[in-house]
Design a protein. Sequence first.
Length: 154
Amino acid sequence: MSKKTAVFPGSFDPVTKGHEDIVKRALPLFDEIVIAIGQNSTKNYFFPLEKRRAFIEAAFTGEQKIRTDIYDGLTIDYCRKIKASFILRGLRNPADFEFEKSIAQMNRAMAPDIETVLFLTAPELSAISSTIVRDIIRNGGDASPFLPVRVKLK
Ligand code: ADP
């Protein structure tokens, strides 16, 4: 049987305990998970790309089945390039559901051979978002409770 690879695409600006939870729970289902940082030229990021990558690598140190990559363009094109048949995403609330449903259905229309797998957030992590974490950091607060234990901002 061919290797089962899933892509977890996102901005990860920065990676949070919510992202970490989704990846860890998805691990038993796949042979490999590629955490893929999407480079969208119209978006302004808070952390530079290499920092975002370093945080993810720190969070998942020692996990043989996980690797980190960077891509631009359509997620489905990236999946085809690395021969991944699954896209992983997380659902925190109804807004995420509506958003993820549209993306998943558009991706399915373009690439019926790639399946989107949606994970419901662990309830205690459902309030965590990279946006709020960035606000905490900008305002000098302590964001560490919301970050994977091995992610050190300084
Ligand atoms: P994007 O910019 O593509 O939304 P993010 O890095 O914000 O990228 O999120 C990537 C994925 O992780 C999305 O599917 C998002 O719903 C999910 N996610 C974000 N925060 C959480 C959380 N606290 N729990 C579960 N999933 C989450």
